[in-house]
Design a binder for this molecule. Sequence first.
Ligand code: ACK
Length: 304
Amino acid sequence: DQQEIKSAESLLLDLEVIRSATNNFSDANKLGEGGFGPVYRGTLDDGEQIAVKRLSRTSGQGIVELKNEVVLLAKLQHRNLVRLLGCCLQEEEKLLVYEYLPNASLDKVLFDPVRRVQLDWARRYKIIEGIGRGLLYLHEDSRLKIVHRDLKASNILLGGDMNPKISDFGLAKLFDVDETQRNTSRIAGTYGYMAPEYVLRGRFSTNSDVYSYGVLILEILTGRKNSGYQGSGNSIDLLGYVWRHWNKGDAMQVVDQSVVDRCQPQEVLRCMHIGLLCVQEDPAQRPSMASITLMLNSYSVGLP
Ligand code: ACK
């Protein structure tokens, strides 16, 4: 692992440069709290905007996840993955530096009462498709086989044109090409997005990512957050809710109003169907990302 970090040495950044870009990690520059510490906004001397994840001293698991993220992201480049610009792995300060994405996370855009944005069908479809391309790249198009393990709305960041980018590779795992699944006793992830075989038996695979992607599709179409196994607040058992309406034949009832206003119901329902295929109990029944992107691309959505 040390050697792999060395191979990412071209990514090493000077701590002073990041300090000055973020006004010495001032509160005014703070974007929010991430999985292992605060995230800051910054501007480099040449004007380039950056986002900086700073490891909290109290985060024990954090350093493992941070290194995992550097090692994996350094090998990846795709328009639907957040770009890692560099890192700082000094004794006193551990930082990851990314391109800055101005439109917050999908979680805020869909669910936050203050930052919610009206998204029409064409936009939502582009977001669904973009996440799918990013995930296809991780699973099979990058020469590597990577299982993300924590795909969720708060880990999807939106660029200037609302182009979605998958972020947070702290839990991601590199698989051998012919490896299909792996077992763990350390189940880490997010309820509501974790596939049943992962929650119950610690078994994860590209298929368990597909399950999370299916939850995302349903959240994007309905504008509702899935509670998973422990309902709380404004979140619901989204899968049960969508399935019930699907079986009754009135699935358009569950679709967010700003989608309904300007869409071809047929296209929305086909997309919802893909989401439902992804969240099937049996991992072997779920489609691969390759067939999902084929199914998605076979529609002709009238994009501007
Ligand atoms: O939803 P947000 O505005 O987007 O709030 C969270 C916060 O930091 C804690 O994770 C934001 N964030 C994380 N990475 C980036 C990035 N590369 N560009 C812009 N904002 C980011 C995230």
